[in-house]
Design a protein around this ligand. Structure first.
Ligand SMILES: [Cu+2]
Length: 132
């Protein structure tokens, strides 16, 4: 990695710190310069955020309590912003439809179990919500 690449990454973390500075208990993922705008539920034990970035879910494996809400955010890079993603349950329990950059989809998980999901246009993108 060259110094030219390091600088933007550090700047990105500064932006994230600013975004989340008034949310001391945020435990959600932070990826690159991904920016989560207003309207995303507060991240706590019953509200989780999965970022969609670089053709992957972050985090791909997420354990939550029954009753928790998971919000997926398409936070893809500008360079591939034309790529839309979905969060689609393997078993068909939910399907976000195509999410453009900045769009979100939320689902509440009441029942315990393991819920694998994927991205419809990119089947290699996989994740699991574990409710326990
Ligand atoms: Cu995708």
């Amino acid at each position: 990695m060259t110094a030219r690449r390091v600088v933007p990454v550090l700047a990105a973390f500064a932006v994230l710190a600013a975004c989340f500075s008034d949310r001391p208990s945020v435990t959600g993922p932070q990826v690159g310069d991904c920016r989560v705008d207003g309207g995303i539920p507060f991240t706590d034990s019953l509200h989780h955020v999965v970022l969609i970035r670089d053709f992957a879910f972050h985090p791909a494996q997420l354990a939550v309590r029954p009753g928790a809400t998971v919000t997926w955010v398409n936070c893809e890079r500008e360079s591939v912003a034309q790529e839309r993603h979905t969060t689609t349950a393997d078993g068909g329990a939910w399907d976000s439809g195509l999410l453009s950059v900045g769009e979100v989809f939320s689902r509440r998980f009441d029942a315990a179990g393991s819920f694998p999901y994927h991205c419809q246009p990119h089947p290699g993108m996989r994740g699991t919500v574990q409710v326990e």
